[in-house]
Design a protein. Structure first.
Length: 204
């Protein structure tokens, strides 16, 4: 009996995102369970051979990997019409050749950094309860919608009614993300949690 397993061919298509500088490259393979956001080459060189390889291309400014897609943010002075097919072929060939997408241990390393950051925020019992509610609402209602647009949102901090979130992937630097944030996310959180006065974003 042959040891070779016939794998389905890699399919790859692109999806627009609300950010004109970002494009979502969707595959029929699970690339990475979780979210991996690379906004600079240094982090990519350490943790993601795929992102590091993409950063070698002069027109790639950011790489965000989640589940079965890669969101690529381009440099402003390039047009998608000129580079989209090159990136598509590059990703397809990389996956075909069995290249490593994200190194093992990435999530743990990021979780450690996150834990250190969180330790610097001390919440009272009342605030801790509000923070739990905020995280649940973001995870349940906001993340799935943002992910379908090739991005991600993470809760960062809560302080006297002000919620700070981090925008990643296509959401980072997206012109419409401010509108989404203020009209959609802030509106919903204020309705569900009266203590909230505003939501502000840091670009991831």
């Amino acid at each position: 009996m042959s040891d070779t397993i016939t794998r389905s061919p890699i399919m790859l298509y692109t999806e627009q995102t609300p950010n004109p500088e970002s494009l979502k490259f969707v595959t029929n393979r699970m690339l990475f369970r979780g979210t991996a956001d690379f906004r600079e080459q240094e982090l990519a060189l350490e943790w993601s051979p795929l992102a590091a390889a993409l950063f070698e291309l002069p027109y790639v400014k950011g790489v965000y990997i989640c589940n079965n897609f890669v969101t690529v943010t381009k440099e402003f002075n390039y047009e998608w019409a000129d580079i989209m097919l090159k990136i598509k072929e590059f990703i397809k060939e990389y996956i075909n050749n069995g290249g490593t997408v994200v190194n093992a241990g990435f999530e743990e390393a990021m979780a450690d950094i996150e834990a250190e950051r969180r330790a610097s925020y001390v919440y009272s019992d009342d605030e801790a309860e509000i923070v739990t509610k905020i995280k649940d609402l973001i995870d349940t209602y906001v993340k799935p919608a943002v992910e379908s647009d090739g991005g991600n949102i993470e809760f960062k901090a809560y302080d006297q009614g002000k919620v700070v979130v981090v925008m990643q992937g296509s959401c980072s630097g997206c012109p419409s993300s401010t509108v989404t944030l203020k009209a959609g996310i802030e509106g919903m959180l204020k309705r569900m949690i009266p203590e909230i006065t505003e939501v502000v974003a840091e670009m991831g």
